[in-house]
Every structure is written in structure tokens, then in C-alpha cells.
Design a protein around this ligand. Structure first.
Ligand code: NDP
Length: 602
């Protein structure tokens, strides 16, 4: 669906993008969202697994891993591979899986190809069913990692961490849980992950709705019928269902709601960009021909291409690599035509490629949607990377179903909610069931997102230490917090298009550091102040080019359109050379065996 643009078209686009952004900018930024309370207070509870009573523990733990999502699982596996057998996982969920435990909404799947997204496939002998796999298959993979590496042994599920404090005399973290446990952990790996604490839209009257309501991360199948595998939600046949939000989650569940509901009202503030999905089954015979070591090769190939690098072939070949390859090739053309290699040429290559891509995405809306007004409202007017890009082959089509009504709020959001329904632009939409697809907290404090704080040496809390932004060495080690290992991606590779790759690579370094501490009989390991300071200077002094586009429509990718503070800049930083440079750096760093910048105290 190639679209040719003139310079006048491009100028018009820019003006339209700014106008659409201005409509949506609001002074309260992140403050517009609410923490669940009142009728939504149970939103953080586990509605899937009953809590099994057990005795409280009072015990020493060698390595305590908080969070049993892919972060915690991969670190646990890496530790086992390094010969560290005493590893205990703890999670408030009733099983492993993290976001793939909590998100069971119909249609949930991963937008990143399984070949690179599912960590440790070779180690677990996993063959994905398709290029993009559904959530139940991803959850099963998480379980398979736990089984393969014996991580269920000693795991504490349905257990929330309440407090963590470093005890200098014991050189251990004292961890209290909501099950009355007291755990004394020599090493603490914190993998609480991004995007797991649900937030509510701050719409007046949201607590007054008297129909059925739930957030997508706690889908209520007992009300809707159906199941996470996509069985028809037959109980919705005679129901009027409203859904608030049209982000990546809503895009996946709306086709299922459209199929099942009597009437479906989709309340839209900003349309998502919906690129082609093109899912297909994976042929097991082809899969069997892959050589050992294939997964690291695939992951690196994806990341190289997705961050504007060069490779002989595009192994994954999807929407993430497509836009990057277009930018890269345009950059090459511009340089060949006499442009300089630098940020300005990169920006031009990015904007031209993006203009083309977004024009194709808008043309796709016209090609699919029958009704002109609906088509106009579903077109995204911003750059693709201003918001989380979406990929789907059934979402747009849903709006051709006579029972599915797009209620576009023209960027203003839902006006208010009352006992019986939703108001938009002075019109009332009576509904029986409200599905809230308003996403998860981003940019709030570490303690708020995790549900706990870590108190380090001298009584300093991590959230206090990070008040003006995260400070770490490699995104893993923190001065003043001995034996603590952060499982994440910020201040490291920052590979957000394939988050598990950060865990797979960082896990090797974390396991090597702990193995070395054990080998030399160290009781604590901590970064030096100067090493941490140098790392922060390094990663913040030379940001990669394409962040913080001022014309972006607001969203969590750009601090809801508010200015980027020092703290936001620290929290969003990564290696200036990009993810591949960081992974190569970390590999070399650990392979020297010197672990420069860390102090091991014996
Ligand atoms: P998002 O934060 O992406 O979307 C929230 C939606 O709620 C937006 O459409 C937002 O509109 C809308 N909204 C908020 N307030 C109001 C209001 N007052 N009135 C009307 N609408 C409102 O949350 P999601 O759960 O969709 O996705 C979160 C993230 O989870 C994704 O970005 C992605 O990273 C991840 N995810 C990943 C998947 C995968 O494939 N791996 C699948 C699903 C999710 P507006 O855009 O205007 O702010």
C-alpha cells in the first residue's frame, strides 16, 4: 500500500499532528490517572488462584528473587546454570508468569515474535505454535522455564513483599511478607517489571457505575463467559458492553467483544496505529533445522535491525524491523546524496520514513472500514513511535460489525460516568458492563509501582535515593544497596521492543557476579560511587536521537506530553550506542572476570 507524498503533504501532516497533539495535551499529565480504590480496590488482588493457607517462614535464603515473571525466571535459570542452586522465587501471584499470569483478557498475545520474545527456548526445548503466540502459550512457557530449572522448589506464591531492609551486621536483607514470613536474604534480585500496576482513568463518576465493571488485567470470565483461549463470551450475547481505551490491550480484546456482545461501544480518546499482523504457524520441520545457538542469533539480528543497524538478512521481518529498515535505508540514501552522518540527517530519514509508514496505516483504515466517519475517526495523526505501535488483522474489521459502535471523543476522553452508563459530548450511552482498558502505571515511584521499597545501608530507601531519577551501574547495581541486583532494562540496553532479551543478557552478568562473590567468600558486593557516577554521566551525556519528539501526541512514551525532567531522563536512559552495544559491552565486562566498578568485600 505504497503512498507518495509531496513536500506540501508533509507540511500539512506536521500541522495536523500538532493540532491533534494540542487537543490532547492536559496540565495534569500522569496525575489524570487514579489508583484503584472503592469498588475497584480489589484490582490488585489475585482473582485467579485461591490463597492456600501455610505456615509463616522464618529462614535464611541464599538468593531471593522478587517477581516470578520472565525477569525473575530468567535470572533464576541463569543462577542455576552458574551452579547456584539455592534460589527462591517470591510473587504475589499464585503462579509464575508475571504479566502473562495477570493478563488473561481474550485475544491477549505478544506483539513481538515468539522466536525472539520467549526466553530460553533452546534450553527448554520449546517450539512456538506461530510467529506470534497467544497469552496462554506464553504462560505455559513461563511454567516450562520454572520446571526445567527447578524454580518451583521453595517458591513462595500468593505472597506479597511488605518491607525489605539491609541488616549491616548480618550482611543480609531482612524481608517481611504479608504472610508473616521473615526471610534473611544474602542476595536479592528485584524483578518487579514494568507495566504491571493497573491504573484507572480519572473520569468523574467512575466509582458510581452500578453495572458490572473490571479492568482488562483482571478479566471476569465468570461474568462474560468464554475463556482466555478465545472461546465465545456467550454471556454477553444480550449485553451492552462499553470499553474505555483503545491501546494495545483494547486492540486485542475488541474483536472478541465485538463477536460476543449484544452491542459494543468503544470509547476512544486517541486511535492506535494498526499495522499489519500477518501471523502464521511455525513449521516444526523447519524449526528442527535451526542450528544450536539460533536464539541468540535471532535476538541479536532483531535488535540490530530494530535499532537501525545492518545485517545480511531480516530473520524476524515484522513491523518493528520494517520501520527501522526504512529509516536506515533512507539515511544511507541521504548520505549518498551528500548529507552528513549526524542527528539532522537521521531526523530527516526518520520523519520521511514515518510519514510514509503512517500514510500507509491511514490508507489501510480507508481500505478496511466501510463507513466514512468511522474511518476518519480511526486514523492516527501522530508519528508511529509516539505511542505503542499496534499490529492486528481483525481489530479495524470489527468496526464493520453492525453491533460495534465507535464513540470518538475527539481527543477529549470520556466526559463522565454515572450509575447506568457513559457520557460523551452530552450524550448518554447506557451499558450493562464496563471494560476498563486504561493501562498501567508508568513513571510513578519505584515503591508505588512495586508495592514495596528497599532500604539499603544507613537506612536509605531506594525510592528516596532515586527521587531525582534512577542511579545505578549498568541498570543492575546500586551504590548503598549491597547485594541487590535490579532486573530491568533502563540504564542498560533499554531494549523495549523485546524486553526479555535484557533479562537473558543481564542474567548472565548477574549470575557471574554472584558466582564470583561466592568463589572468593565475599559477603557483599556493591558498585563504587565513582563507577556509578561515571556510568550515569556516560549514559545521560549522549542520548540516542529519536526520543522526545515535541510534536508527539501525549502518552506514556513521552511523559503524557509533559516536559521531560532530569528524573525522567535518568529513568529512560540506556547505553548511548544502543542495546547491541550494551550487550557486547556487558559480555566483555563479565568475561574479563574483573567486574570493573564493583567492590567485593570479604
Ligand atoms: P495503554 O496505556 O496503552 O492505553 C490506555 C488507553 O486508555 C489509551 O487508549 C488511552 O487513551 C485510554 N484512556 C485513558 N484515559 C482515558 C479517558 N479518560 N477517556 C478515554 N480513554 C482514556 O494501556 P494498554 O493496556 O492498552 O497497554 C499498556 C502496554 O502494555 C502497551 O503499551 C504495551 O507495552 C503492553 N502490551 C503489550 C502487548 C504485547 O503484545 N506484548 C499487548 C498488550 C499490551 P490515550 O491514548 O488518549 O491516552
Amino acid at each position: 500500500m505504497s503512498v507518495q507524498l509531496t513536500e506540501a503533504d508533509r507540511q500539512a501532516l506536521r500541522a495536523r499532528y500538532r493540532a491533534e497533539r494540542d487537543k490532547r495535551l492536559r496540565g495534569d499529565g500522569n496525575g489524570q490517572y487514579l489508583e484503584p480504590s472503592g469498588r475497584y480496590a480489589n484490582l490488585h488482588d489475585d482473582t485467579y488462584t485461591p490463597v492456600v493457607p501455610r505456615e509463616s517462614l522464618n529462614t535464611d535464603v541464599h538468593v531471593l528473587v522478587i517477581g516470578a515473571g520472565f525477569g525473575g525466571l530468567v535470572i533464576g535459570a541463569r543462577l542455576k546454570q552458574a551452579g547456584i542452586s539455592d534460589v527462591r522465587l517470591i510473587d504475589k501471584a499464585g503462579d509464575v508468569g508475571g504479566v502473562w499470569y495477570w493478563n488473561r483478557y481474550p485475544g491477549a498475545m505478544c506483539d513481538t515474535a515468539a522466536m525472539v520474545y520467549l526466553p530460553l527456548m533452546e534450553e527448554t526445548g520449546t517450539v512456538p505454535s506461530a510467529k506470534y503466540v497467544p497469552a496462554p502459550e506464553i504462560h505455559a512457557h513461563a511454567r516450562r522455564i520454572a520446571e526445567t530449572f527447578d524454580l518451583y522448589r521453595g517458591a513462595l506464591f500468593s505472597t506479597g513483599v511488605k518491607s525489605i531492609e539491609w541488616d549491616d551486621s548480618l550482611s543480609r536483607y531482612i524481608v517481611h511478607t504479608d504472610r508473616g514470613d521473615v526471610l534473611r536474604a544474602k542476595y536479592l534480585c528485584a524483578g518487579t517489571g514494568p507495566l504491571h500496576r493497573a491504573k484507572l482513568p480519572g473520569i468523574p463518576g467512575i466509582h458510581s457505575f452500578e453495572g458490572h465493571a473490571f479492568h482488562t488485567s483482571r478479566w471476569d470470565y465468570s461474568y462474560t463467559g468464554g475463556d482466555p483461549k478465545g472461546a465465545l463470551m456467550e454471556n454477553l450475547r444480550d449485553k451492552r458492553v462499553g470499553i474505555i481505551g483503545t491501546g494495545a490491550t483494547a486492540v486485542q480484546c475488541i474483536p472478541h467483544l465485538s463477536r460476543a456482545a449484544g452491542e459494543l461501544y468503544v470509547f476512544q480518546r486517541t486511535p492506535s496505529s494498526i499495522d499489519i499482523r500477518n501471523n502464521h504457524p511455525i513449521d516444526p520441520q523447519w524449526f528442527a533445522t535451526l542450528e544450536p545457538g539460533w536464539q541468540r542469533k535471532w535476538m541479536m539480528n532483531f535488535t540490530v535491525l530494530q535499532t537501525l543497524g545492518f545485517a545480511e538478512e531480516d530473520l524476524v521481518k515484522d513491523g518493528w524491523t520494517d520501520i527501522s529498515i526504512r529509516i536506515r535505508d533512507r539515511m544511507v540514501e541521504l548520505v549518498k546524496a551528500g548529507g552528513t552522518v549526524g542527528p539532522e540527517t537521521l531526523q530527516k530519514a526518520y520523519e520521511d520514513s514515518d510519514d510514509e509508514k503512517m500514510s500507509e496505516i491511514r490508507a489501510r483504515v480507508d481500505a478496511i472500514i466501510g463507513d466514512e466517519r468511522t474511518a476518519a475517526a480511526l486514523k492516527p495523526w501522530y508519528r508511529q513511535l509516539c505511542k505503542r505501535p499496534c499490529f492486528h488483522d481483525e481489530y479495524l474489521q470489527s468496526f464493520n460489525n453492525p453491533n460495534t459502535h465507535l464513540v470518538d471523543t475527539d481527543g477529549k476522553g470520556v466526559e463522565r460516568i454515572d450509575e447506568r452508563g457513559v457520557w460523551v459530548a452530552g450524550k448518554h450511552y447506557p451499558i450493562d458492563c464496563l471494560v476498563i482498558a486504561s493501562g498501567f502505571e508508568v513513571g510513578t515511584t519505584y515503591a508505588r509501582r512495586s508495592g514495596f521499597d528497599v532500604v539499603g545501608r544507613g537506612g536509605l530507601a531506594l525510592s528516596e535515593y532515586w527521587r531525582d531519577g534512577m542511579r545505578s551501574l549498568h541498570g543492575i547495581h546500586v551504590r548503598g544497596f549491597p547485594n541487590l541486583f535490579i532486573i530491568g532494562f533502563t540504564q542498560g540496553a533499554n531494549q523495549i521492543a523485546n524486553v526479555p532479551q535484557n533479562y537473558v543478557e543481564n542474567g548472565l552478568a548477574i549470575a557471574d557476579v554472584i558466582a564470583r562473590a561466592e568463589r572468593i567468600g565475599a559477603h557483599r558486593v556493591e558498585p563504587t560511587q565513582s563507577a556509578q557516577d561515571e556510568w550515569i554521566t556516560f549514559i545521560t551525556s549522549n542520548q540516542r536521537g529519536l526520543r522526545g519528539n515535541p510534536d508527539c501526541t501525549p502518552g506514556y512514551y513521552n511523559n503524557e506530553g509533559q516536559p521531560i525532567s532530569q528524573s525522567d531522563m535518568f529513568n529512560g536512559s540506556g547505553h548511548p550506542g544502543g542495546p547491541v552495544a550494551f550487550f557486547e559491552f556487558l559480555d566483555a565486562w563479565r568475561n574479563t572476570g574483573e567486574f570493573a566498578g564493583l567492590e567485593f568485600s570479604t
